[in-house]
Design a protein around this ligand. Structure first.
Ligand code: BTN
Length: 258
């Protein structure tokens, strides 16, 4: 299986205008987020991708660690969106991941709001978005995407029950390169659609696994329970409690209940 993520293999005949036209590649790196941040602060062009075969200190959300040994995808993309488009970046990234997984492997995945992509209820991808905003100006936004492509979950007991990988689902290895190339093309298509005033919210909402399900949401120090009734265009979740009341949760980690 071809798993080289060299810049030439990614950019060769890549059908994008700017996303992935500049690739900074490391065989081994602490975290692509840190390098992408430094690049962005030094004025990197929009669409620059930082990618590593292996991360030694991958960053997850809420200060968690993200495991990314060789054979998987760890990349960060630098964008310069308008402030109005910032909340849509997570929709764009998660939809592009769903599309890429299906196009390359035929596997169906679903989005668990806010930042996860699942296959058969287990996490296959995590997304981390960091941005620097001054007033109404977004200096940069960085979309970090980690996809478990060839991770043998049997080797990682700590996440074996909650995570999966493309290879575990398929019963054979999968091509990181094919997924990365499709992902970059699809991200640019969605990003250009967004910039042209189109909405990607409806498709994102229709791919959510959360809606209509009983969930527990941890938001800061507060835990909410209820049925995930709907999501707003800014990505926030509307939770219906057993007493009929409704809470709007802007950021939080949803845990699906049976
Ligand atoms: C999460 O689910 O908590 C988000 C995980 C994000 C992981 C990706 S891998 C590429 C990029 N570099 C990092 O250090 N983190 C993100």
């Amino acid at each position: 299986m071809e798993n080289s993520l060299s810049p030439a293999s990614i950019t060769s005949n890549l059908e994008t205008r700017f996303i992935g036209q500049r690739v900074i590649y490391y065989p081994r790196l602490a975290s692509t987020m840190e390098v992408a941040k430094r690049e962005a602060q030094q004025g990197a062009t929009e669409g620059t991708v930082v990618i590593a075969d292996e991360q030694t200190a991958g960053k997850g959300r809420l200060k968690r660690v993200w495991l990314s040994p060789k054979g998987n995808i760890a990349l960060s993309i630098i964008l310069h969106p308008s402030v109005a488009h910032l909340p849509s970046l997570i929709m764009l990234a998660s939809l592009a991941v769903v599309h890429s997984i299906e196009a390359v492997t035929g596997l169906k995945s679903q989005i668990k709001s806010p930042n996860d992509v699942l296959i058969n209820g287990r996490k296959v991808c995590g997304i981390l978005i960091e941005s620097e905003v001054q007033g109404n100006i977004v200096n940069y936004a960085i979309i970090g995407i980690g996809i478990n492509v060839n991770l043998r979950l049997a080797d990682f007991p700590e996440i074996r029950l909650t995570a999966t990988s493309l290879s575990d689902e398929l019963g054979r290895s999968a091509s990181c390169l094919s997924v990365v190339r499709y992902l970059l093309v699809d991200m640019e298509r969605l990003y250009l659609a967004l910039r042209a005033g189109e909405s990607i919210y409806e498709e994102w909402r229709d791919n959510l696994v959360t809606l209509g399900r009983m969930v527990r949401v941890e938001s800061g120090k507060t835990t909410y329970e209820g049925v995930a009734e709907s999501v707003a265009k800014d990505g926030s979740l509307l939770l219906r409690h057993s007493d009929g009341s409704l809470t709007k949760i802007v950021t939080g980690d949803a845990i699906l209940r049976n």
